[in-house]
Ligand binder design. Sequence first.
Ligand SMILES: Nc1ncnc2c1ncn2[C@@H]1O[C@H](COP(=O)(O)OP(=O)(O)OP(=O)(O)O)[C@@H](O)[C@H]1O
Length: 591
Amino acid sequence: MTNLSPELLEPRPSAGWRNLAPRWSPKLAVGSALILTITLFGLVGPLLVGDPDRIDNIGLTAPSGGHLLGTTQTGQDVLAQIAYATRGSLYIGVLVGVMATFLSALFGIVGAYIGGVVDEAFSLFSNVMLVIPGLPLVIVISAFVPPEQRGSWTIALVLAITGWAASARVLRAQTLSLRGRDYVLAARVAGERTWRVIGVEILPNLLPLLASQFVFAVIAAILSEAGLSFLGLGASSSSTLGTMLYYAQNGFALQRGAWWWFVPPGLIIALFGCGLALVNFSIDEIINPKLRDLRRRVGAVTRRATDPAPSPGDDAVLTLTGLSVTYQGERPVRAVREVSLTLRRGEILGLAGESGCGKTTLAYAVNRLYRPPAEVTAGSVTFRDRVDGDLDILALTPEELRAFRWSKLSMVFQGAMNALNPVLTIRRQLEDVLTTHRPAMSRKARRARCAELLALVGVDPRRLRSYPHELSGGMRQRVMIAMALLLEPQVVIMDEPTTALDVVVQRGILREIMRLRGELGFAVLFITHDLPLLLEVADRIAIMLDGQIVEYGSAEQVRDQPRHAYTRRLLDSFPSLTGERGAFVRSGGAP
Ligand SMILES: Nc1ncnc2c1ncn2[C@@H]1O[C@H](COP(=O)(O)OP(=O)(O)OP(=O)(O)O)[C@@H](O)[C@H]1O
């Protein structure tokens, strides 16, 4: 293992939520000022003004020294009424915002993540709620509730029940898209529980959406409540800006030119909505680190020298026997057909084949990551653990599987550089794996381990504080490899780990993998469609065609004496290979 300087191993203060502070912008400043002023007015105003119901014998007087905003028809002070009404409207707005956001998150996010019948049921319910016209339903429900029971909570409940469905649809669509992202898949493979995957991987990515849904729920609630009150169906026991407008309308304020009675409440509603909308613009910047300036400049990546690979041992660590996987459906697809392979301890076994031949399906079956309609129809996958002996992977319980994955067998996904969660720092994502699998590990030890692994894959440990978008594709790929090695697994499945990278970066990473394999002794199932690459790095190679293994032997054998016509075709389809096997990857020279 690499020895790092104590300075690098020292835990650094977490950037935490301070990093989420938005950059000052006029929009944010104006929006916050409007919201704060109106909220403060609603909170403190009622303490400073007099009784809003006190009737003076000076009906409908214009603003003056005695009554700053004039009086109503019955001589009540408009300023005092507005202070109480603002508080009432804010109360209902926030109540509805919280309830509607909770309902939409429950039916949209949870349903979509769990999937299956739960999603169908939640989705059906949301659709039914969506097609019921909101305002008439609110009017009907409110009309049925007796006026004496029509308090703020009742009105808020009615508005929340009729106002969450559209947001739930949006959140569901977004969650369905996030659910399939590589970093969510990676978290699941790393053994994280459902609530944690939703809370840590999915929810932060939905925060801008949730925040804007909340903001719009508040605005819609204040407006709807004003509309209901205007119709005489609002909260009868409390005063709101809507009830003020209702009384102004009933008192013919407009016809009598008493603008001070209806303009101020209308203006407060408009300004509050405007403030919320302006803050909403800034929310995306607060949540999405990509939109923020790079505050930290970190040093260049340290690249490390390479060592030649060790020779593999003979003992099997992973054995696939007659494994078959089928995608069930009207026309079942037999993606993997009776595959038998042995991965020896410490070796690199290459699996090559054209796109669609079943390589990824095979890898997912070995990891038990496949989902319906995929089904293992035959065969077995046996893992020979150094400590526990033979484990039948296909028979592991969910709890055993959670403990097994990542600590004994980990995976670097296809396009792994996109498998990092964009809103969490590298440190947080690496530490999450340790928190899940090594709960007893101290914070300091966790941090030291993450720094150590990052250095081991050739990335400066100071990068722990970076967000994924601050790293190059090659560095992200190295981070994913570090993550796969954190728990010192005995097997690492690498599914096209370098496909998206340019040839020089690819070479650097492959050298790193081979060196690490030498240092740490794990075995690699290396999946790619790039046969020449496998000839460079693999000890043995299996060629897959149409779900079956058609060629299986040492790299030299496959290169020099290919037995199957498809292998010969594959070899012929690449430019002729010259030079010693491994020269490209193992030499430090230019490609
Ligand atoms: N969800 C699915 N439903 C039905 N068929 C599927 C599904 N996923 C994959 N297949 C089919 O299974 C076969 C194997 O796909 P797989 O993704 O394993 O191939 P691959 O060799 O990994 O391809 P690539 O190199 O392009 O990733 C393909 O014919 C594909 O169309």
